[in-house]
Design a protein around this ligand. Structure first.
Ligand code: ATP
Ligand code: MG
Length: 138
């Protein structure tokens, strides 16, 4: 089924100059970019986006990280986009990510792991709508 998913190039990857490499992998893997924007997230935006993790031990570290510099937000479309994007990203912990995946190539550790991807079709719809208006999705 054709699905949408939200991808984020996280602040570590933007700062390291890996935005272009990651967008290249997005295109190479057959995703259509529906919308794309660079943005320096405010604390409230990051906290709202990651509200599901509130109360976890790493929440504060996650918010500090996601607000330390600009990110690149992308709404993507493809057959099985949610699972496929998570496959291209690799495991949350770069040390456990498969060769050739974004987190293996560009991640540093479980916190600073270069990219985000929605984890379900339902959450993907919520996350795309969190950052993009319907009229911005081409
Ligand atoms: P994301 O939601 O960013 O795509 P994910 O779905 O693979 O990643 P989640 O469990 O949703 O992983 O965690 C969200 C993010 O929180 C991780 O990508 C990582 O940046 C951070 N994180 C998760 N677990 C830890 C941890 N144990 N220590 C530090 N940061 C963590
Ligand atoms: Mg997640």
């Amino acid at each position: 089924m054709v699905q949408r998913t939200l991808a984020i190039v996280k602040p570590d990857a933007v700062a390291a100059g890996n935005t272009g490499n990651i967008i290249g992998l997005i295109e190479k893997n057959g995703f259509r970019i529906l919308a794309m924007r660079m943005q320096h997230l405010k604390r409230a935006e990051a906290e709202g986006f990651y509200a599901v993790h509130k109360g976890k031990g790493f929440f504060e570290e996650l918010i500090e990280f996601m607000t330390e510099g600009p990110v690149v937000l992308l709404a993507l479309e493809r057959e099985d986009a949610v699972a496929k994007w998570r496959e291209v990203m690799g495991a949350t912990d770069p040390a456990k990510a498969a060769e050739g995946t974004i987190r293996k190539l560009y991640g540093t550790n479980i916190g600073r792991n270069a990219s985000h991807g929605s984890d379900s079709v339902e959450n993907a719809a919520t996350e795309v709508a969190w950052f993009f208006r319907g009229s911005e999705l081409s």
